[in-house]
Design a protein around this ligand. Structure first.
Ligand code: NAD
Ligand code: TYD
Length: 340
């Protein structure tokens, strides 16, 4: 099988490219990535020289380029991770999110149809369901929960999901969609909560917690997300949506305190800052469908996963120090200056 992994120089796509090249030496894995601020070739360094791996630099919005690539490579499967992925950035610049996350997806769908791709898989998010109240622990997102988005990011991802389903219904493109909860693990860009808090705590810098830190996220280790996507592309039914999550709900404050405890740093580093506009209260995934239908099971729970992740950040300082030493400094100064 020849598999195109778009956005494979980012966090989850990079982990997926590692997982697939190592697990299936007989398959060809091609990563396509525009190398935006979030794309990092150092993430792919460990697999770059493998005979079943290839990297191509390119933009999913560039129709002519994508068409040429598909004509040449004749992919069997496309797994689309390429996206603008940070909610806070989507509040600053919604237009870019529509261009990449919606228009870029439309290019991939058209070209997948034209060249007879056997499976187009869209990596989506639980954020398309909006949020749940904090005081109703009984409620969880199922695949039938209505789409109800809050941020320009989640609105762009929901729009893409609708396009993907429309290409299935109207043009019979063989598609699947997975909607996963918040991921964490190796190679996570340090603008997101967990790697941001690890890197700042290690430098004894203040940890900006939005609002009161009561918002709840349902955390899944990226390895478990990768095994789930692999199952969906091989065994999932065409036209279906699969939710992915491992029942690991934590408040943001609990997450930050866990990190501080493992690093032996004081809770006095925590600094409550102005809340994110439109901040979703709680996400919680019901993964019954993928568990029952495809037999998926996560290997990490939050306690084992966060331990492994913190160790990875301690053992791979060069990877994230290279990122936070550059223009990332300007980003942090700009995004957090009004929150203090
Ligand atoms: P990321 O920001 O780390 O990586 C995105 C990658 O896409 C980067 O390498 C970037 O260079 C690339 N990219 C951006 N625009 C592109 C374009 N126009 N053409 C080609 N490449 C482009 O994001 P991530 O956290 O790895 O998320 C990957 C996917 O998973 C996204 O679609 C996201 O919506 C989804 N998702 C993320 C999470 C999470 O917790 N991070 C959870 C569920 C779903
Ligand atoms: P994030 O990692 O941006 O993921 P998402 O918004 O897609 O869930 O944020 C996770 C949670 O952490 C979210 O509730 C916002 C909160 N948060 C902070 O409290 N401080 C921060 O500096 C960041 C980046 C996030």
């Amino acid at each position: 099988m020849k598999i195109l992994v778009t956005g494979g120089a980012g966090f989850i796509g990079g982990n997926f490219a590692h997982y697939m090249t190592n697990t299936y030496p007989e398959d060809q894995i091609v990563v396509l990535d525009a190398l935006t601020y979030a794309g990092n070739l150092e993430t792919l360094e460990p697999i770059m020289d493998k005979p079943n791996f290839k990297f191509v630099k390119g933009d999913i919005r560039d129709r002519a380029f994508i068409d040429d690539l598909f004509a040449k490579e004749k992919f069997d499967v496309v797994v689309n991770f390429a996206a603008e992925s940070h909610v806070d950035r989507s509040i600053e610049n919604p237009g870019l999110f529509v261009e990449t996350n919606v228009m870029g997806v439309q290019v991939l769908l058209d070209v997948s149809l034209k060249y007879g791709v056997k499976r187009y898989h869209q990596v989506s998010t639980d954020e398309v369901y909006g949020d749940l109240p904090l005081d109703r622990k009984d409620l969880m997102f199922t695949e039938d929960t209505p789409l109800h988005t809050s941020s320009p990011y989640s609105a762009s991802k929901a729009s893409a999901d609708l396009l993907v389903l429309a290409y299935h219904r109207t043009f019979k493109l063989p598609v699947t969609i997975s909607r996963c909860s918040n991921n964490y693990g190796p190679y996570h860009f340090p603008e997101k909560l967990i790697p941001l808090m690890i890197s700042r705590a290690l430098a004894d810098e203040s940890l900006p917690v939005y609002g009161k830190g009561e918002n709840v996220r349902d955390w899944l280790h990226v390895h478990d997300h990768c095994t789930a996507i692999d199952l969906v592309i091989r065994k999932g039914r065409e036209g279906e949506v699969y939710n992915i999550g491992g029942h690991n709900e934590r408040t943001n404050l609990e997450v930050v305190k866990t990190i501080l405890k493992q690093l032996g740093k004081p809770e006095s580093l925590i600094h409550f800052v102005t809340d994110r506009p439109g901040h979703d209260l709680r996400y919680a995934i019901d993964p019954t469908k993928i568990e029952n239908e495809l037999g998926w099971k996560p290997v990490y729970n939050f306690d084992t996963g966060i331990k492994q992740t913190i160790e990875w950040y301690l053992n791979n300082k060069t990877w994230w120090e290279n990122i936070i030493s550059g223009e990332y400094q300007d980003y942090y100064a700009k995004m957090y200056k009004d929150r203090q």
